[in-house]
Design a protein around this ligand. Structure first.
Ligand SMILES: Nc1nc(=O)c2c([nH]1)NC[C@@H]1CN(c3ccc(C(=O)N[C@@H](CCC(=O)O)C(=O)O)cc3)CN21
Ligand SMILES: CC(C)C(=O)C(=O)O
Ligand SMILES: [Mg+2]
Length: 286
């Protein structure tokens, strides 16, 4: 009998210990309760069926199919070129490869701003692709769209602070809601909640303003660069895992997957050049 061991199948997506226990599905109806009970919510972005099940098995509550897909996956310089088709394809991949996590899909630039009806038609396409909720950028001017979607059975997450889709109108990435802009941000947050939003992302907001907005709402706030006093946190998964070359200063790199991958590919290159791969166990002679 040959003594070569059979290769171990990779079981990356399968939970392997209680620490990796699958997330209890957070349903949108439970978000306000999670906030009341003081349970902090975790959200990461996801864009494909390769990584989404790994993030789900780590116990994350929500996966955001972010339009950061444009920067992270498609190589664009901003989120503006991202299309509804891009988001449908990524949302489908994330939804098909997960079973418990709440999937939120970003509505891309240009697919919801013209009218509530435009927003509804676009959101329906993301829901058909497998999303459980959609997210859109902006405050009071988006309230009518949030109301129409909510009444039509589509849960909506809001997004205030730095809103990358309007960088050409409001300017680049920097703290939003400082000084006399805090009150308008509070008004926007209240308008979103009043219109039915199930949660609100706060991006690049001073911690004290984020805390104030968090206290003012009964639905959870989810911070990114907004300090510790929000009801949850979100990061771009590739930033969190150390896959991206540069990350915003609000990111902590919880791993160095980019360096790990570079090392693996470099070993492969060396093994092939030296004739060490494929080895006997990797092929059949007859
Ligand atoms: N990989 C990635 N991570 C993100 O968090 C992210 C994306 N892409 N794409 C979509 C938006 C854009 N975001 C950004 C983009 C740039 C900065 C940035 O340049 N930040 C600087 C300056 C901050 C300041 O002036 O206060 C920083 O050092 O953090 C921050 C957030 C957040 N989102
Ligand atoms: C950074 C998060 C909130 C986002 O909107 C995205 O990833 O597109
Ligand atoms: Mg986004």
């Amino acid at each position: 009998m040959p003594s070569t061991p059979s290769p171990q199948p990779a079981r990356l997506a399968a939970p392997s210990s209680p620490a990796d226990a699958p997330a209890r599905r957070v349903r949108v109806q439970h978000l306000a309760r999670a906030k009341r009970e003081g349970r902090r919510l975790t959200m990461l972005t996801a864009y494909d069926a390769l990584t989404a099940p790994i993030l789900e098995s780590a116990g994350v509550d929500m996966l955001l199919v972010g339009d950061s897909l444009g920067n992270v996956v498609l190589g664009h310089g901003s989120t503006l070129p991202v299309t509804l088709e891009d988001m449908e394809r990524a949302t489908g991949a994330v939804a098909r490869s997960t079973s418990r996590v709440l999937v939120v899909a970003d509505m891309p630039f240009g697919t919801y701003e013209a009218s509530p009806e435009q927003a509804f038609a676009s959101a329906v396409r993301l829901m058909r692709a497998g999303a459980h909720a959609v997210k859109l950028e902006g405050g009071a001017p988006r309230a009518a769209a949030v109301r129409l979607l909510t009444d039509g059975g589509i849960p909506v997450v809001g997004h205030l602070g730095y809103t990358p889709q309007s960088e050409n109108a409001i300017g680049g990435p920097r703290l939003r809601g400082r000084g006399d802009q805090a009150q308008p941000m509070l008004d926007d947050a209240r308008a979103l909640e009043e219109a039915g939003a199930v949660a609100v992302v706060l991006e690049m907001v001073p911690a004290d303003v984020a805390a104030q907005v968090t206290r003012a709402l009964s639905v959870p706030t989810i911070g990114i660069g907004a300090g510790p006093d929000t009801d949850g946190q979100v990061l771009v998964w590739a930033d969190m895992a150390g896959m991206t070359a540069w990350t915003p200063s609000f990111v902590r790199r919880f791993g160095e997957l980019g360096e790990d991958l570079r090392r693996a590919a470099s070993s492969y290159v060396r093994a092939v050049s030296e004739g060490a791969f494929p080895a006997e166990e990797n092929f059949h002679r007859h």
